[in-house]
Design a protein around this ligand. Structure first.
Ligand SMILES: Cc1cc2nc3c(=O)[nH]c(=O)nc-3n(C[C@H](O)[C@H](O)[C@H](O)COP(=O)(O)OP(=O)(O)OC[C@H]3O[C@@H](n4cnc5c(N)ncnc54)[C@H](O)[C@@H]3O)c2cc1C
Length: 466
């Protein structure tokens, strides 16, 4: 039996950053990966958010197409709206807006890379820093002392490896979370199933349609909002794309694949496939925690990071950045705790304090309200009463109807207002029930914005004649 300062289970984005930070501080660090190499299952998570460039600039500046060939920038996002007949009602495109505060978030929405290339690339930073990576090594359970405290891990062959701190970076089905007692199992409202198709496509045609010199769009990723399927994301890479959609385990009322098939079979989607000469390459289906708040993430000698702790963002389930950030924070706490000779849960509580204060924790301040709104609108799988049935025509009427030249503009505006009124009996109660809680969460944080608005409105009000 050998002993380590830090044992990390999992060599995904979270595990690799944890291993890098711990090893750089001189801790004896090992990270275990059940796959033959990190990223073997290529489980998506391939739209990389700009916060990664802000928080990990020295690493992310090295991400280049020569080391990660699938890499491609999505400088904007393209929304497609499909009605219940799968007819495309609108396409919108958005670049980063003026309120964005830092580079490179001003330049792109996401940077895309296949996990089969990204994960091994990231793991090398950890091994270069001195961490040992053990691949093809499945951790089956945890080793505990007589008092029931975790003191190591056990491989499927029965080998026991001891460590002062054990970090669960082992994703959604986390052995560390389960055997440490931190999370015996997810509730159905905490976990989503995400079917996804991967298509190969012609590089030149992707560039022509979506590339920097494209005519239709400019390096865009797509979101497909539909009445008959939950919102689907399309992430475009150098040589192909993913199309996937997800919803909570307790919420599916039909086979999840049937929803994605509806979208793939729609005319606009088929038109896009033909334009870039796309061919189906792989079918995937993965679980993903999608929680309103993370679970308890520490106990004696143990911390959970990334998916194992339920950290994907509550709105869109961005999970790579949260895994890396919580990995960094857990490593920093491990370094301090080990130097103090106290790895008890009392001392590791600092990890929870740190992630709550971080950009990852701030996401969850409106976790409940945002997720409830999304669940009842874009990610709904209900067939009888789907809020997208009024939302899509209302959205289109509000944003696009004025382009029409069928009548004098004043007449058109009257027609539009009349039409909008038809949707209000459904839209107003919905906004009161699901929109107001979001607004109130936002206002709480930004209390100064509201008085300013009120003052402006007050000044604009016509003054009564005396
Ligand atoms: C379909 C889909 C699409 C997604 N799209 C995005 C996206 O576009 N952008 C984004 O930011 N996030 C996305 N996510 C979320 C993102 O993939 C995850 O949040 C992220 O990968 C979490 O990183 P992690 O390091 O915590 O865990 P993982 O990436 O899951 O890594 C865990 C690692 O641990 C290994 N492991 C597990 N158990 C053991 C064990 N017992 N012993 C040894 N090794 C083990 C696994 O093989 C794996 O390599 C998506 C998720 C899914 C499912």
């Amino acid at each position: 039996m050998s002993g380590y300062d830090v044992i990390i289970v999992g060599a995904g984005p979270g595990g690799s950053i944890t291993a890098k930070v711990a090893a750089e501080a001189g801790l004896k660090t090992v990270f275990f990966e059940r796959g033959r190499k990190p990223g073997e299952k290529n489980a998506s998570g391939c739209g990389l958010g700009p916060r990664m460039w802000r928080e990990f600039p020295n690493i992310m500046k090295e991400l280049k197409p020569d080391v990660v060939p699938s890499m491609r920038m999505a400088s904007c996002v393209m929304n497609h709206y499909l009605d219940k007949d799968l007819k495309e009602r609108a396409i919108e495109m958005y670049y980063p807006t003026d309120s964005v505060t830092y580079d490179p978030a001003k330049k792109f929405i996401t940077m895309n890379a296949y996990r089969s290339e990204f994960d091994p690339w990231l793991a090398k930073f950890a091994t270069d820093a001195g961490a040992e990576l053990k691949t093809s090594m499945l951790i089956k359970r945890l080793v505990k002392d007589d008092a029931g405290k975790v003191i190591g891990v056990q491989t499927e062959k029965g080998d026991k490896i001891l460590g002062k701190i054990i970090i669960g970076a082992d994703g959604v089905i986390s052995t560390v979370a389960r055997f440490s007692g931190l999370n015996p199992r997810w509730r159905s409202d905490q976990i989503t199933l995400v079917p996804q198709y991967d298509f190969s496509a012609d590089r030149e045609k992707i560039d022509k349609i979506y590339g920097p010199d494209g005519v239709l769009a400019n390096a865009a990723d797509g979101i497909w909002w539909g009445v008959t399927f939950p919102a689907a994301y399309q992430v475009i890479f150098g040589d192909g794309f993913h199309i996937g959609l997800g919803s909570w385990m307790g919420q599916w009322i039909k086979n999840p694949i049937s929803y994605i098939n509806q979208l793939v079979g729609s005319k606009p989607f088929q038109r896009m496939i033909k334009a870039i000469d796309a061919k189906p390459r792989e079918v995937q289906s993965h679980l993903l925690p999608w929680t309103k708040e993370p679970i308890k993430t520490y106990t004696d000698n143990v911390m959970l990071i990334g998916d194992a702790g339920g950290f994907p963002c509550p709105l869109e389930a961005e999970g790579v950045y949260p895994a890396m950030e919580t990995g960094k924070l857990a490593a920093e706490v491990a370094i301090k705790a080990i130097s103090e000779g106290d790895t008890s849960k009392k001392n590791l509580k600092l990890y929870e304090d740190k992630w709550k204060e971080s950009s990852v924790g701030i996401e969850f301040q409106a976790g409940e309200s945002l997720q409830t709104l999304w669940k009842n609108l874009f990610f709904s799988t209900q067939s009888e009463k789907n809020n997208m049935e009024w939302f899509i025509p209302l959205h289109v009427e509000m944003n696009g109807a004025h382009y029409d030249w069928s009548e004098p503009h004043i007449v058109r505006f009257r027609q539009i207002l009349n039409k909008i009124q038809e949707y209000l009996p459904e839209a107003i109660p919905f906004m009161m029930k699901y929109g107001m809680p979001v607004l109130s969460d936002i206002m709480e944080e930004n209390a100064s914005t509201f008085p300013l608005l009120m003052k402006m409105l007050e000044n604009m009000r016509p003054k009564k004649k005396k």
